[in-house]
Write a protein of this length. Sequence first.
Length: 213
Amino acid sequence: MPEIVTRLGEKSAADEVVLRLARAPEAEALGRLMSEAITWSRMSELGPGFVTLLHRHMINSTHAICYVAEREGEIIGYSVWTVDSSKFYREFLLRHGFRAAIILAPKIFRLQQLKTIVRCLTYFPEAHPDDPQAEVLSFAVRPQVKQSGVGKAIFNALAREMETRGVKAVKVGAVEATNEGGNRFYSRLGCELVRTEPFYSDNQVNVYVYRIA
């Protein structure tokens, strides 16, 4: 896709944000951004090696699209959507399963981290067969640019890309129920709340569906 230049304000060139496809060398930086912004998921407990590996797959997968928002050379937000989550995870296991097992092996003897591993690797769409196959896997923006329009710009760009691929609906997989800002964000974009369910034993998540057409 060509780069998309959008302006979030009208005062200077510093308001310009470039939306583009993520690049493989940016996997580590995107992993850090996710770990900083989505702390409730506990993904960071699995270590930077696994998080980077997962993001590298998100960038390179034939079943996913990863956009970043960049301002003056700094990545200020990103999101990853899959066209088909089941195929994405299967592809990850085929391509990176052995490497992931080596990275995660030392952690399986720690009960809390084992629970995190099991939950992260078994949150598949088959659990709810009526859910859309397409899914928002990760979405994070830096705290200083929240409510600036960056998140909405990324969301709309990915929605347009999904539409060109014939996708009719996208699942927004897990938004912490207590995250008022995150839930307002998806509601304002027109996402439909379809259920609330436990993710870990101590928290609940809201699941949304965004209908493109």
